[in-house]
Design a binder for this molecule. Structure first.
Ligand code: NAD
Length: 276
């Protein structure tokens, strides 16, 4: 009896926390999504990558992640602005992994302009990719999670899901919507072991931020270094960019058993920005 217990304990010691779980991470060819996909794979989860980029570079990323962590990693090129593409991505993930336990809605785009000049097509695209995609993906995976009594939905919102900034009407609207959606799904999933939480990063240095620097410089009519100091880090009391690794670590924690009671939360990772 003692021996059987010992060998079970030994097996458990070598076990990674998310072994046997499978995840879809949208927008994971770059930035925060990539770091979350890497962290989940390191924790033992099989991962479906998604997002845009150079095919050969994405394949190199996929192969490296699979080999280094000894997990199944696949890539799907679904465009998050297309409901049909999202449905097909879920079908392919189910066919490959058998089930989907973790969904990370991370894909996002940004456009910065005063409301009078904000292009309507940018509004539509931002709402579709940053908000509606999460609805379609959760709708296609939620019942399966509930049926198995385990599920983790992580929505990468933003500090802009909690507070606003000028010139970002569509982004702020979509991210506030994401936080509300997160809470609703938390209530619907609570008794079935399915949690739903939003990660709300402050500024994290990624290609998305890099692209905004020039847009902001134009909108505010100031140079790039002034944008970094006086716009990006002005309200972030830590005076440093948050890191993609911090996002990955939080995502892994939220997927674990010890986070079973954390649901419906919008968790700021913003160096104190939204504590103002
Ligand atoms: P990023 O530009 O580095 O990555 C965005 C990812 O989304 C890429 O993989 C890209 O290919 C993918 N993507 C874009 N459009 C897509 C589409 N139509 N279909 C599928 N994939 C698509 O950006 P990031 O900074 O890593 O941002 C990731 C998420 O984090 C976004 O939702 C963003 O709003 C949020 N966020 C970022 C910051 C920050 O400071 N970087 C702060 C708060 C929130």
């Amino acid at each position: 009896m003692l021996n059987a217990l010992d060998s079970e304990m030994n097996a458990m010691v070598g076990r990674k926390p998310l072994e046997g779980r499978s995840a879809i991470v949208t927008g994971s060819t770059s930035g925060i999504g990539l770091a979350i996909a890497q962290a989940l794979a390191r924790a033992g989860a099989a991962v479906m990558l998604n997002g845009f980029g150079v095919a050969a570079e994405i394949e190199a990323l996929r192969a490296e992640l699979a080999e280094e962590n000894d997990v199944d990693v696949v890539y799907d090129c679904a465009d998050m602005s297309s409901r049909d593409a999202i449905r097909m991505m879920v079908e392919r993930a189910n066919a490959r992994f058998g089930q989907i336990d973790i969904v990370v809605n991370n894909a996002g785009v940004q456009h910065v302009a005063p409301i009078g000049e904000f292009p309507a097509e940018k509004w539509d695209a931002i709402l579709a990719i940053n908000l509606s995609a999460a609805f379609h993906l959760v709708q296609a995976t939620f019942d399966g999670m509930c049926g198995r009594n385990y599920g983790r939905i992580i929505n990468v919102a933003s500090a802009h899901g909690l507070v606003a900034s000028p010139f970002k009407s569509a982004y702020v609207a979509a991210k506030h919507g994401m936080v509300g959606f997160t809470k609703t799904i938390a209530l619907e999933g609570a008794e079935f072991g399915v949690t739903s939480n939003a990660i709300c990063p402050g500024y994290v240095w990624t290609p998305l931020v890099e692209h905004q620097i020039d847009d902001q410089a134009k909108s505010h009519n100031i140079p790039r270094d002034a944008v970094i100091r006086d716009v990006f880090l002005k309200d972030q009391p830590s005076r440093r960019f948050a890191t993609v690794e911090e996002m990955g670590a939080l995502a892994v924690f939220l997927c674990g058993d010890l986070a079973a009671s954390i649901t419906g939360a919008a968790i700021p990772v913003d160096g104190g920005w939204t504590a103002h």
